[in-house]
Design a protein around this ligand. Structure first.
Ligand code: GP9
Ligand code: MN
Length: 675
């Protein structure tokens, strides 16, 4: 027995001594996987993702033994470069989107790069590059080994094939342990891949990325993969789904009216309720919300396709794609959209935007969505004033008036979407603030020498990113105000409704709000955490604050003022506005907000929000909106199921082009039938 132990010991030592480079590669790679989780999802010490990473690294490392020891360094260095890059990209991605990168986003990323300084200002953080140490470690070990003639010595003892086999057996044993630890929830989430943070937390970054490659390629290689199954689920879903729209006070209220939609770039709802020294940040939006129909708990449901995802959800009442972006990868599928439905009612439909016509592939998509014309940047506008990515909002709106006038004269009733641009991250124009809206704080204090009350000024949000956002949003709001004035002066508000939505939140980091809520003007600093007035912004506060305004307004009071506090998502626009206009899509996933009492807003990452609670799919926990309220487990299960169904049915429609297929098969779904 002693002999055997001795033998195993010597063999193991000899094995380790002749595999130093392999071990360095394996350990540094696995360590980087842990480091990535430490800097992102935080569960760096959990065994499952460590094993997941180890399995991938062992399998890849094993094939290094096919190469002569002298040249193995190149192989391991190559993979180390690849792995570190993978960690850097994912770390940067997480810094920006709180999620992980996907191969399917490559095409989308090229669009994002176009956003220029917006990305560069946001993306880079020193910690994102910390993974490079792996390369130095490998090079250092390699140089020391070379000096000791290590490779010559190893050449004499190493039998490549046996080492591959041993390593693969090692990987297989690790896989056995790994699989035995997985729960059915883990496996199902790996298959779906849309809760990316969860997959990284349980499977590690390398296994996540390998799985991502497979899931991303699947629909590209052949939409036939799983087609039948997806079609069946889609059909059953719509067969069982009842159309909840009922006749209500808003039914047909806007029938045959002109509609002008304003896509308000990065406008969040809290702006409407924020003042500095008595001045509103967005006085025009505030006024419209006080005069018109104002939805105070309205959420965008965008994924990585930001503006374009919102356009998609607004137009179709479907959710964004699980991987990639509809506007880039799935734009040529058949969708039922607002412009298409209105065209059937005799409307002329158009969109306008002050950026390149090709941005987000809009030149193709808008045609496909049924807009009769897409007026864009260099093609249709004079570039007389630029802010950020393109034409300034003021110039854009000014130049749009004669165009709308012409449309009205030539075509009669119309539906037009005006996509704003100036209030885009990084909320400055070549480093300069976009407006001089004052974001400082005036406060009163007692003068120590005269003992009299005096008014003094503290910088407050001046010089901060959130401060720049307020200034930029103020400009954008001013542009909306003058647009409405000009429409009015030109008689374009007659018989017209204005619809305004914020396209998504400003994507500012949670930390940006600390100063905003906890400022002490007297010391020009942030309150201490233990100060009774200190306001902590937690995950849920941040998520709930991402809501955007949604307003429907008419000059002539056709739409009376009402504030709707029910939760509502971008996918409820088509059903709600549709009820007012007399249109509906049989595939709409949202609801007419005036026909439903228990609405749910599903987010693309599986989170959801009802009037009772915000639920985080990743954390598997939620927060009640009213303290003391409770919900049952069944309640959570029910909404989890609704959210999973909405996400997956929507994704099947997008990937497998199911609306076109249903049309070809003349499938009539019950919700298609008019009541
Ligand atoms: C680009 C504009 C902004 O033309 O719509 O897009 P975003 O970066 O918000 O997706
Ligand atoms: Mn946008």
């Amino acid at each position: 027995m002693k002999k055997i132990v001795e033998k195993v010991k010597t063999k193991s030592i000899a094995y380790a001594q002749t595999n130093i480079l392999f071990f360095t590669f394996t350990l540094t790679s696995v360590f980087n996987g842990m480091l990535l989780r430490f800097l992102t999802v935080k569960n760096y010490f959990e065994i499952k993702p460590i094993l997941g990473d180890l399995i991938i690294v062992l399998v890849i490392g094993a094939f290094g033994y096919l190469i002569k020891p002298k040249h193995q360094f190149k192989y391991f260095l190559g993979w180390s470069i690849f792995f570190s890059l993978l960690c850097i990209v994912n770390s940067m991605y997480y810094t920006n989107y709180l999620s992980f990168a996907s191969v399917s986003l490559l095409a989308t990323s090229l669009q994002v790069v176009d956003v220029g300084d917006a990305v560069i200002q946001n993306v880079m953080e020193i910690k994102d590059f910390s993974y490079i140490w792996q390369l130095f470690a490998l090079i250092f070990v390699h140089i020391s080994l070379r000096k000791k003639d290590y490779y010559e010595k190893v050449s004499k003892v190493e039998v490549g094939k046996i080492r591959i086999l041993n390593t693969l057996i090692g990987a297989l044993i690790a896989t056995g342990f790994f699989v035995s630890m997985l729960t059915s929830l883990d496996i199902s989430r790996l298959g779906k891949q849309w809760n990316r943070e969860y997959v990284v937390m349980k499977f590690g970054i390398y296994m996540y990325q390998a799985n991502d490659l497979i899931t991303s390629l699947k629909p590209q290689i052949s939409p036939l993969f799983g087609y039948d199954e997806n079609y069946k689920t889609f059909r059953q879903y719509y067969e069982n789904r009842e159309d909840k729209t009922i006749n209500n006070a808003y039914t047909n209220i806007l029938k045959d009216k002109n509609i002008i939609v304003i896509h308000a770039e990065s406008i969040q709802d809290f702006l409407l309720h924020t003042q500095f020294n008595g001045q509103d940040v967005t006085p025009n939006l505030k006024r419209l919300s006080e005069e018109g129909l104002y939805f105070s708990n309205f959420y965008a449901q965008e994924s990585v396709g930001t503006s374009s995802d919102t356009e998609f959800t607004f137009n179709t009442s479907l959710m964004p794609a699980n991987s990639g972006t509809v506007f880039i990868s799935y734009w040529d599928r058949e969708y039922i959209t607002i412009p298409k439905l209105l065209k059937e009612k005799g409307y002329y439909t158009f969109s306008m935007h002050g950026n390149n016509c090709t941005f987000w592939n809009r030149n193709n998509v808008h045609k496909e969505f049924g807009y009769d014309n897409f007026y864009c940047y260099t093609k249709d506008f004079k570039i007389d004033e630029t802010i950020g990515l393109g034409l300034s909002d003021q110039s854009f709106f000014r130049q749009s008036i004669p165009k709308i006038q012409k449309v009205k004269e030539k075509n009669g009733k119309f539906y037009g979407v005006m996509i704003q641009l100036s209030n885009h991250t990084p909320f400055n124009n070549k480093g300069e603030d976009i407006s001089d809206f004052d974001v400082s704080m005036n406060y009163k204090k007692i003068d120590e020498t005269t003992n009299e009350e005096i008014e003094v000024n503290a910088p407050y949000m001046e010089g901060t990113k959130l401060g720049s956002y307020f200034k930029s949003a103020h400009y954008s709001d001013e542009a909306i105000g003058s647009f409405i004035d000009q429409l009015d002066q030109n008689g374009l508000l007659e018989n017209t409704a204005i619809v305004i939505y914020g396209d998504h939140d400003a994507k500012l980091k949670k930390g940006e709000y600390t100063r905003f809520y906890n400022y002490n003007p007297e010391t020009d600093s942030i309150l201490e955490k233990d100060d009774p007035n200190y306001r902590e912004i937690d995950y849920y506060d941040y998520e709930l604050n991402r809501k955007v305004p949604f307003i429907i307004w008419t000059k002539d009071g056709t739409i009376k003022h009402e504030q709707v506090d029910k939760v509502m998502g971008m996918y409820d626009v088509l059903p709600t506005l549709g009820n007012m206009l007399g249109i509906k899509s049989p595939y709409q996933l949202g609801h007419d907000i005036f026909s439903i009492d228990d609405n749910v807003v599903v987010f693309p990452d599986g989170n959801w929000l009802t009037d009772k609670m915000y639920y985080s799919h990743q954390k598997d926990e939620g927060k009640m909106l009213n303290e003391g309220d409770t919900v049952s487990k069944e309640y959570i299960d029910k909404y989890n199921q609704i959210s999973e169904e909405s996400i997956s049915v929507s994704n099947s429609i997008i990937v497998y082009d199911l609306i076109r297929k249903a049309k070809e098969k003349s499938l009539i779904v019950p919700s298609m039938m008019q009541k």
